[in-house]
Design a protein around this ligand. Sequence first.
Ligand SMILES: NC(=O)c1ccc[n+]([C@@H]2O[C@H](COP(=O)([O-])OP(=O)(O)OC[C@H]3O[C@@H](n4cnc5c(N)ncnc54)[C@H](O)[C@@H]3O)[C@@H](O)[C@H]2O)c1
Length: 342
Amino acid sequence: MQARILVTGAAGFIGFHVCKELIKEGFWVIGLDNLNNYYDVNLKKARLRELSKLLKIKRNGSFIFIKTNLEDKRSLNQIFKKNKPQKVINLAAQAGVRYSITNPNAYVSSNLVGFANLLELCKDYPVEHLMYASSSSVYGGNTKTPFSEKDFVDSPVSFYAATKKANELMAHSYSHLYKIPCTGMRFFTVYGPWGRPDMAPMIFTKSILADVPINIFNNGEMSRDFTYIDDVTNAVVNLLSKPPNSPSNKQKTYSSLESSVPHRILNIGNNKPTKLLDFINLLEMELLKKAKRNLKEMQPGDVKETYADINLIRELIDFEPKISLKQGIKKFVNWYKNFYKI
Ligand SMILES: NC(=O)c1ccc[n+]([C@@H]2O[C@H](COP(=O)([O-])OP(=O)(O)OC[C@H]3O[C@@H](n4cnc5c(N)ncnc54)[C@H](O)[C@@H]3O)[C@@H](O)[C@H]2O)c1
């Protein structure tokens, strides 16, 4: 019998892809999501329908979906009591840097209160591995690149980033106190089919096709370590079977693979930053259409560059991103046209 895995944020972009892969591999997956309306709920429902379709083809995997809030501790307790998940992958959160400026409370609620509830449940019903999403945004305005897990990350420039850094600290404390093996995953600008409508690939594609000008912040003087969703999903699924242990060597540092607490932080990125304007060029080539460009100032909360050092995850699971940005954009645009019937 394969392990029971609780995936929170199962109707979200990354959660959906992770559930899909776990079902394919025959795991017993419990998917949780509150289906909130931060972006189009129909996209979230369509992802869930896709998972149901997959279940009909795959006979060994299993998937149940539970619509609930991480903030609802009673409901979470029922889920843990009934299903006793052996592993938990927390991908539910209020995402997005810009929205955290206008609606910080959504981040307090999902990312802080919700995550605290999840940690409590992982303490009450001990799990073999708790994996949770952090973000490249914790590196804030750091200028030393590539960003390494050993770098100083105490200067977030958005409230979103502050909640992600808080998650890492909260997980570390529970890991230390209750020996919960935890892996914090710092994702770097994930993109691909079924992606998020609030992120650049989707916003730009939609606007270019509709002849609407796209806003290019900081006059395009920005770069992102765009990471294709399949590379991310493979990393997440591979890491499941690599919970950190409590080694006897107490001298190692917090971000090392051999921390004295069974908690580790890993960058999951492409290790190949792309300038925003190059990204737009690639998208235009794939869409066979030029963008109308609206150059704008830097947005509050944004950072100029993200660039992942991936040596730690390479060492751990032989991680190597496989999909180039050109290939990834092609796959994304194909999905977009097919899904939105363009
Ligand atoms: N996509 C990226 O580029 C990226 C980069 C860095 C970090 N992350 C992090 O990865 C995780 C997954 O991101 P995503 O891109 O799939 O985002 P997403 O918004 O598509 O998915 C998150 C899902 O969580 C659900 N959710 C939100 N709050 C909830 C709550 N309180 N209770 C239950 N469900 C809730 C939402 O309905 C949504 O379906 C998030 O933690 C995000 O911050 C993503």
